[in-house]
Design a protein around this ligand. Structure first.
Ligand code: HAM
Length: 430
């Protein structure tokens, strides 16, 4: 095989279907979102937690639910060399609760509030807004029953989305009850479906006995049509869930959050209790949820921890980014490009750049092998604010010309870091 054929055959490698690279300048939007979220989490007392990307498969099957679409169809699961079943996390809450119990975080005074950012993996059919590797910013708050914390989390989410620059979002909430009121709803729902279940898809038929609530989440058009008019969980709440929901609505109004109760709202994960919510936009077609979450009061116990209420949400990064695209492209441009002629001048440039960068300036230098003309052309292309050229004369006299690329003005100053920093900062302030 010739070298060029070998190279060509290597270049056919592409990222996997539904999995994308995030490159500049798009990455600046990502960083912007992450920094706004981090700031807001801080003001609400949420601490960062970094969780592994892989877990024992059981972490997800136990919590998300054996009959959920995620567990049945969408998990990246494989056996490792030790014959253990491992899964790439399809979401963050299960991993978080595993870590919460493993490290006895429940011993800290409640509420225990954490946030995380990172990639999740679901083997879904890729389409706009739906990927196989996607990123979430998630938050979880544990140890508090009071619906004030539900309202506070939703309000924090609203602040993040507004801080990022998103508008026109719809906040939908509902309550899906708890282990006390769910059996009644399950019975009523099964009764409603009884006479028509034979016409539903195979998944729904299977789930009718195992977990009929999942039928409400089926995406098959004929199933959606046939379940029209079905009862809603929010109509069958026990007194405690009813009170929790009423108080949540009161606190949301108090905090100025406009919301709509959507009794049809169903979450695709089994661990939810009471509060469930979704933030949607009209601008993204069918993948319209930019963030979603809810309460999961039984999950910590499910993982062997003490009874602990909890709730949280996750923002879908790609969906948020696609709403912002084009509005926020901030490419970093160099404050200074140092051009040089000759070995000695180039070394002086290397040293000078080190000093300037330690003062937080973005500085580019010349590497061997480029003519002054091509260095100047490159400097121009970067959009740099200032350029200097170091040659034999400059080294001898210890002075340089600082060229302001914006105004075209030139300023003779001494060839040392302090003088250059002084001028650049003056220019930045002006
Ligand atoms: P989720 O509704 O499965 O909830 O996902 C949250 C958000 O992640 C969705 O609203 C959407 O924006 C984004 N998302 C989900 N799947 C994809 C995909 N395939 N491609 C692109 N974006 C996607 C959870 O994951 C829960 N863990 C949220 C939570 C935290 N509940 C309590 N705490």
């Amino acid at each position: 095989m010739t070298e060029s054929v070998r190279k060509k055959s290597l270049m056919r490698f592409k990222s996997l279907k539904g999995i994308h690279d995030i490159l500049p300048p798009n990455i600046y939007i990502w960083q912007h979102i992450e920094s706004i979220a981090t700031e807001i989490f801080r003001s609400y007392g949420y601490k960062e937690i970094r969780l592994p990307v892989i877990e024992s498969t059981e972490v997800f099957t136990r919590s998300i639910g054996e009959t959920s679409d995620i567990v049945e169809k969408e998990m990246y699961t494989f056996l490792d060399s030790g014959n253990r079943s491992i899964t790439l996390r399809p979401e963050g809450t299960a991993s978080f609760v595993r870590a919460y119990v493993e490290h006895h975080l429940y011993n800290e005074p409640p509420p225990q509030k954490y946030y995380y950012m990172g990639p999740m993996f679901r083997y879904e059919r890729p389409q706009a807004g739906r990927y196989r590797q996607f990123y979430q910013i998630g938050a979880e708050a544990l140890g508090i029953d009071d619906p004030k914390i539900d309202a506070e989390a939703i309000s924090m989410l609203a602040e993040i989305l507004k801080g990022i620059g998103l508008e026109g979002l719809r906040f939908e909430i509902t309550s899906i009850g708890c282990k006390d009121c769910r059996p009644l709803f399950r019975t009523v729902l099964k009764d409603f479906l009884k006479d028509r279940i034979e016409d539903f898809c195979a998944d729904c038929k299977r789930r009718y006995e195992a977990n009929p609530l999942r039928i409400l989440d089926c995406k098959v058009t004929s199933c959606i049509e046939m379940r029209k008019g079905s009862p809603h969980a929010v109509e069958f709440l026990c007194d405690a869930c009813k009170e929790h929901f009423e108080r949540l609505k009161h606190y949301l109004s108090l905090l100025g959050i406009s919301y709509a109760v959507n009794p049809e709202l169903v979450r695709g994960l089994d661990y939810y209790t009471k509060t469930a919510f979704e933030i949607t936009t009209k601008l993204l077609g069918s993948q319209n949820a930019v963030a979603a979450g809810g309460r999961y009061d039984g999950l910590v116990e499910e993982f062997g921890g003490p009874p602990t209420p909890g709730l949280g949400f996750a923002i879908g990064m790609e969906r948020v980014v696609s709403l912002l695209k084009g509005e926020l492209r901030k490419e970093d441009v160099p404050d200074l490009v140092i051009c040089s002629i000759g070995q000695q001048a180039s070394e002086k440039g290397l040293l000078l750049a080190q000093g300037l960068r330690s003062k937080n300036l973005l500085v580019e230098i010349n590497y061997e092998g480029y003519s002054l003309r091509s260095q100047m052309r490159k400097a121009d292309r970067t959009g740099a604010r200032y350029v200097i050229v170091i040659g034999e004369d400059e080294l001898k006299t210890g002075t340089i010309e600082l060229k302001d690329m914006r105004s075209g003005g030139k300023n003779k100053i001494s060839l040392d870091a302090e003088a250059i920093i002084g001028e650049i900062l003056k220019g930045k302030a002006g």
